[in-house]
Design a binder for this molecule. Structure first.
Ligand code: 4AD
Ligand code: MG
Length: 450
């Protein structure tokens, strides 16, 4: 279909041509002497308006009600200028052939249907404009992801899905043996082996992986899936600063954003949250309006209904809740992506590099509006004795990690990487509120039917 809504004169150059459209009926409107059929062939978001009178071949099938919304058809006609205001051209139908009829129970009728309802029809929802659009944005983001890394000298690594290792030390995996909850380990090994390249803009020895990952957390939220796609680059001869620079360059590239991102330490972030908490407590105590916090709260409450009590437990050492993350990026920094770094080691994974203060690790999370955490990454502990010490501290078995320790035995280098949840990126880029609408077939607790 000519993308008839793509531009002011879209399709006019095709006037006079006889064409064939093979697609699905979006709507059908029969008037006394003329029938309008909107057809979509899946090639673009626009429908082709097809105008049909009784002299067209196959008209009897329309008249008898055999061709209805959802049916697949084949239409031949002439492209003519349209009298309607919605499109420049339409199809004057010569012939219509019914390919597959659609039962009247077809669930995607013209009336608005809710996203919740469509989630129960994941096999049909790509036929709606919204999901057609999200799928296209997802595709563009995947393409841009490969383009970014390839143009910057990264090598794509295919990582395994079945593993025997609890690679995050998080215990939130599916046990088959185990389905991989992150491919970090798989990209950490080759990064030590591939020679440093000078080809890219960012000249590190670098690899990335982009594939499905699995978490068995009971994640009934609008930003968690049991099966999600992750982009995980890993950079050799790199520290946390390089990691943050790479994450920033990547996000700016795929979203075409130019703005610099805010960067602050976990300690400073906690201070800001405590200030917000104190301000709120003061306003409450004195019965004063707390408009700014309230407005933020109203925006947030659509995704999880919790009161501002969330601020109560804020203190150094606590893990940031998604509301804290959203407060930082949406309110404290006015909608700018924020990178928080140097978290307490107790709330981060064993493999993150310990800072000299002995309390924090060289970790970073990138937070973005509406989502909270989009990226989690770190500089890795490349020093054998520190890594072994940390494994012991956490009572993790050294033998299980023999090969990971081996990489520190043989030519260890400072290295860093991050993981970005692809569906959260799709949410960020499209504005879809629920992560289940950012992937064609969402897998969440209790839903793996189709
Ligand atoms: O912060 P996470 O758990 O970090 C890792 O897995 C690291 N090993 C990555 C690395 O350093 N190579 O996960 C990374 C990102 C999160 O920031 C989030 O965007 C996404 O993965 N994510 C999820 N997305 C959807 N559903 C879930 N259940 C997710 N869990 C994490
Ligand atoms: Mg994380």
């Amino acid at each position: 279909i000519v993308d008839v809504k793509g531009g002011p004169d879209e399709g006019l150059d095709r006037v006079g041509l006889m064409i064939v459209v093979a697609g699905w009926v979006r709507t059908l409107r029969a008037q006394s002497s003329v029938t309008f059929i909107e057809v979509n062939d899946g090639s673009c978001l626009s429908n082709m308006q097809c105008v049909m009178t009784s002299d067209a071949e196959g008209y009897d099938q329309v008249k008898s009600g055999l061709i209805t919304t959802g049916a697949s058809i084949w239409i031949q006609g002439n492209v003519v200028p349209s009298q309607g205001s919605k499109q420049k051209v339409e199809l004057k139908v010569n012939k219509i052939v019914l390919v597959g009829k659609s039962d009247p129970s077809y669930p995607i009728q013209k009336k608005r249907v809710s996203r919740e309802f469509l989630r129960t029809k994941a096999h049909l929802r790509p036929r709606t404009n919204t999901f057609g659009a999200v799928a296209r944005v997802r595709n563009a983001l995947a393409y841009a992801t490969h383009k970014f890394f390839q143009e910057n000298g990264f090598i794509w690594i295919s990582s395994p899905i079945i593993t025997a290792s609890d690679c995050e030390g998080a215990g939130e995996q599916f046990c088959v043996t185990t389905l991989i909850p992150s491919s970090r380990e798989a990209v950490e090994s080759p990064v030590d082996a591939i020679p440093k390249t000078k080809d890219g803009l960012i000249d590190w020895s670098q690899v990335y992986t982009f594939g499905p990952t699995f978490r068995a957390e009971n994640s009934n939220t609008s930003r968690h899936l049991a099966e999600f796609w992750m982009i995980e680059p890993e950079l050799a001869f790199a520290d946390l600063k390089d990691d943050m620079a790479c994450a920033t360059a990547y996000l700016q590239y795929v979203t075409v954003a130019e703005r610099d991102f805010v960067q602050l330490s976990y300690t400073d972030a906690i201070e800001l949250l405590i200030k917000a908490k104190k301000k709120f407590e003061f306003l409450c105590k004195n019965n004063l309006p707390y408009l700014d916090l309230c407005l933020w709260h109203v925006r947030c409450s659509s995704f999880r209904l919790r009161s501002l009590i969330i601020f109560q437990d804020v203190k150094w050492g606590c893990d940031l809740q998604s509301e804290h993350e959203r407060y930082l990026t949406e309110e404290a920094f006015g909608g700018c992506p924020v990178i928080v770094s140097d978290y307490p080691k107790e709330i981060k994974a064993f493999y993150m590099r310990q800072n000299d203060d002995g309390r924090t690790v060289a970790a970073m999370d990138m937070l973005v509006p509406r989502i909270g955490e989009l990226i989690g990454g770190s500089q890795r502990e490349e020093r054998l004795e520190y890594l072994e010490g940390r494994l012991d501290e956490l009572k993790l078995n050294r033998d299980t990690y023999w090969w990971y320790l081996d990489l520190r035995h043989y030519g260890s280098v400072p290295h860093a990487g991050f993981g970005l949840g692809f569906e959260r990126l799709v949410q960020f880029a499209t504005g879809v509120e629920n992560i289940r609408d950012a992937i064609p077939f969402p897998r969440t607790p209790g839903s793996a039917e189709f």
